[in-house]
Design a protein around this ligand. Sequence first.
Ligand SMILES: C[S@@+](CC[C@H](N)C(=O)[O-])C[C@H]1O[C@@H](n2cnc3c(N)ncnc32)[C@H](O)[C@@H]1O
Length: 263
Amino acid sequence: MTDAAHQDLIRDQFTRQATPFSTAAPIANEAALKLIIDAARPGPDDRLLDLACGGGIVVCAFAPYLRHATGIDATPAMLERARALAAEKGITNISWQEGEVEHLPYPDSAFTIVVTRFAMHHFLDPAAVFREMVRVCAPGGRIVVVDTYVSEDPAKAAAFNRLERLRDPSHARSLALAELKALYRTAGLGEPRTSFYELRDTVTNLLARSFPNPGDDKKIIAMFETAITDDSLGIPVQRPAGSKGGDTLEYAYPVAILAARRR
Ligand SMILES: C[S@@+](CC[C@H](N)C(=O)[O-])C[C@H]1O[C@@H](n2cnc3c(N)ncnc32)[C@H](O)[C@@H]1O
């Protein structure tokens, strides 16, 4: 797939997902946001950039702790949500920018915290985006990546990525934890600090905020069901005791928060 075709998929999906994604409880979860803020250690002089900021949840969570926060995203409908969220919270130290994160429109060392959440798996070349994150981060600043990660077992990783591509055709590839850590080492930042949590929800809720191609929802439910017994997705999936049918399936996506200082 060409970069342009992939960007079309991104804009198509996230124009439709803008409201359901940005208002989903596990996405807006404040305890999880607090873990990200703790990892970045913001102070009153910091200038933050959030790549692929979507509906602005991360930017708005950080803004009270620092001087200025900027969110950049390729999908105008997501940025509309971000503006609305900032207005609703009365936050004014924020800028929003429409653009693609592969070529950030900022000079070297422009920010002191550079973060991206739930987006690495949408990038065709995550290493190139990570290099851009490092470029725009000042020495001593913090670079924070938050994303779901796949099993180190290649078959389970491939199955999880197949599932996610069916659910959201703009999914490129979720990385394994070792691959996420390698982004930092390859860029000369050493071993990142890591913390973890699980993004838990029901498959019904997940599908309610997803826009798979027609008919693929049944394949998705079948993959989750199979994974209850054979762990084929490499993530926890269960049907709560006493319940029946696909609409009660529960899953937990593992999420890693990685952080290191720019040297
Ligand atoms: C799953 S959402 C995450 C939004 C936000 N980071 C959050 O955690 O709430 C992914 C976002 O990445 C954006 N995106 C994907 N690829 C992008 C790219 N190459 N450049 C800019 N934005 C991109 C989409 O428009 C979408 O808003």
